[in-house]
Design a protein around this ligand. Structure first.
Ligand SMILES: [Zn+2]
Length: 327
């Protein structure tokens, strides 16, 4: 492993929020109905309820996940509630329980409450935030895929929540949870970075700018998506594209693919349908923005929870030159 290779990675010890899981997902057990039934009945198994996609959290420093034993969720499993097998942690089987939003009589111990993932994730231990991401995405997918995509018949959960099968036997189509790839790129040239302010950012704090980003389209590579999105949104052609790191983003189920993209010469122009503005920022401006990310200013970057923030930091740490080491 060379310095060129490791350069631009996150600083040692820094892992994107929602990555860094330590769970044994035990995928081979999902389709083993009798084993899953056994685990659902086991005294040592723990259940994490999500209400309206918000996990149960026990207050503390750091806050902890509100794992409940079987006895505390008795009754909940009798109705048509989904118990989603997420794996093993500390030798105990773990399930996420998806409760409807209006479900209010869930047993909640003192100091526990259902909390929004965006708000609580930065406070959690790294593996806990990762588990919340998995549970939230899986619960959201099951909640929105009640019908078969082929014939429209009801689809029922199989594989402990990791697939759904059409209940019409003549169809029987199986669907799997979807993860949507999004490219997010730190566009740089001559020691400056191009950041944009999205149209929807009108409700964002003053000065907030971020990396350009967009969904990878069918039949498109990551590099092609980076080049197309940058051209569409900012009118800039991209040369070299380098993968940096990725982040699961469970709102509801996206994989953010972080890249460093070298801009070719040319003037930036804004796609008014997508962006309010795009601008080149200097290294000095970015340094201040990263340190004072929660303070309004000419430039404000998204919080450390986001890969956009981490890409800016990595670029600052790596150097501002345009002569990037080529793999
Ligand atoms: Zn069907």
């Amino acid at each position: 492993v060379t310095d060129e290779f490791t350069a631009g990675r996150l600083e040692p010890g820094v892992i994107h929020t929602f990555a860094g899981g330590t769970l044994d997902r035990a995928a081979h057990l999902r389709s083993d109905g009798s084993r899953i039934a056994e685990l659902l009945d086991s005294e040592s198994t723990r259940f994490l309820p999500f209400r309206g996609l918000d996990p149960l959290i026990v207050a503390g420093s750091p806050p902890a996940l509100g794992w409940l034993p079987r006895g505390d969720i008795e009754g909940l499993l009798e109705v048509e509630l989904a118990a989603l097998f997420v794996g093993f942690e500390d030798d105990a089987a773990r399930f996420a329980i998806a409760l409807p939003e209006q479900e209010c009589d869930t047993p909640v111990a003192d100091g526990s409450s259902f909390r929004g993932v965006r708000e609580v994730a930065p406070l959690l231990r790294i593996p806990d935030a990762s588990l919340v991401a998995m549970g939230r995405s899986l619960a959201a997918w099951n909640a929105t895929h009640g019908h078969c995509a082929q014939c429209g018949s009801p689809a029922s959960m199989i594989d402990a929540g990791h697939a759904r099968r059409c209940t019409d036997d003549s169809c029987g189509a199986v669907q799997f949870p979807r993860t949507d790839p999004v490219v997010i790129m730190l566009i740089h040239r001559d020691g400056q970075c191009l950041l944009g302010r999205a149209i929807r950012a009108q409700r964002y704090p003053p000065g907030l700018h971020s990396c350009l980003a967009g969904y990878v389209e069918p039949g498109e590579s990551i590099e092609e998506a980076v080049r197309r999105e940058t051209w569409e949104e900012a009118g800039i052609r991209i040369g070299h594209v380098r993968y940096h790191s990725s982040q699961p983003w469970p709102f509801p189920s996206t994989l953010m693919i972080g890249c460093l993209a070298e801009a070719l010469p040319g003037e930036a122009r804004v796609d008014p349908a997508e962006l309010e503005s795009v601008r080149w920022f200097t290294r000095e401006e970015l340094q201040v923005a990263v340190e004072r990310w929660d303070v309004d200013g000419v430039l404000r970057v998204p919080p450390p929870l986001t890969i956009a923030h981490q890409l800016v930091k990595a670029w600052l740490a790596e150097g501002s030159g345009s002569d990037w080491p080529r793999p």
